[in-house]
Design a protein around this ligand. Structure first.
Ligand code: COA
Length: 252
């Protein structure tokens, strides 16, 4: 399964997966989720891949789930997003994310499953689930309070306002903040450095680091899915998505 909006390159043990749909701010469609999910599933057993680098462009990570897909019954019936989230959350090799510009919704929650998150100075993260009439996904209802503490997690999730790289670092989401012009080089060089580490030791160490929370994250994610699906179908949420797509001010 491939998708023209997911660019995949492999070099020196690093599989780079690039979100590339700039005309729609890299909003992620069902097809893109399916391609990402399959890329992670294949990479987990591919000996040529030591590390995955997840990236957009230096000024744009992703505007999150495609809001038109949220309105499409076909897209909701085959939740490829679930498949992607399960794949990224149990991926056994290191994941490095390079994040610049907007990183909205799942664009932020997917980072909670990455081992290194390199963020450009101008990045704007956002968890607007409640604003959209939705609730958290990706295990973020567990992972964010754990990383950020309840107070900051509540602020970021219940108000859903955009936040900058420094606040993201305060929330425990960020490994390093770098100038936008250095983002991709920094993340690539980190990924290559990881790819040169002794493989067995690295995979064993990641497994040990993930062990305490592994099952709990899966449980949280599976518990979030039905709430998210129920809210997606409410008139309130659907009106908000529709308003955004029609560029009506009631979108927020
Ligand atoms: N789903 C579908 N289309 C999206 C989208 C999304 N999540 N985000 C942006 N787009 C589309 C816009 O509809 C617009 O399409 P058009 O040119 O055909 O009208 C295009 O991408 C450009 O977006 P625009 O809003 O004009 O760009 P901007 O620079 O003013 O703002 C964002 C950029 C990312 C801040 C803004 O697009 C945004 O808030 N997007 C929605 C984020 C969101 O709520 N995501 C869901 C999270 S669960």
């Amino acid at each position: 399964m491939t998708d023209p909006n997911i660019l995949s390159t492999r070099h020196d043990g690093v599989l780079a997966l690039e979100l590339s749909r700039r005309d729609k701010k890299n909003a992620i469609t069902t097809g893109m989720y399916a391609a990402l999910a399959q890329a992670f599933e294949l990479a987990s057993t591919d000996n040529e891949v030591a590390v995955v680098l997840l990236r957009g462009q230096p000024d744009l990570f992703t505007a999150g789930n495609d809001l038109a897909d949220f309105l499409s019954p076909a897209a909701r019936e085959t939740p490829a997003a679930h498949q992607f989230l399960r794949a990224i959350s149990r991926f056994p090799k290191p994941i490095v994310a390079a994040v610049g510009g907007p990183a909205i919704g799942i664009g932020t929650t997917m980072l909670l499953h990455c081992d290194f998150v390199i963020v450009a100075e101008g990045a704007r993260l956002q968890l607007p689930f409640v604003q959209l009439g939705l609730c958290p996904e990706a295990g973020s209802s567990l992972l964010l309070p754990q990383m950020a503490g309840h107070r900051l997690a509540a602020e970021l999730m219940l108000l859903g306002e955009p936040f900058d790289a420094i606040k993201a670092r305060d929330a425990g989401i960020v490994t390093a903040i770098v100038p936008e012009s250095e983002l991709l080089a920094h993340a690539q060089s980190l990924a290559e450095r990881l790819a040169r580490q002794p493989r067995d030791a690295m995979l064993t160490t990641k497994a040990l680091l993930k062990r305490p929370l592994g099952r709990t994250v899966t449980e949280a994610m599976e518990e979030e899915f039905p709430h998210f699906e129920r809210l997606l179908a409410t008139d309130e949420a659907r009106a908000i998505f529709q308003a955004f797509l029609e560029k009506r001010s009631s979108a927020r």
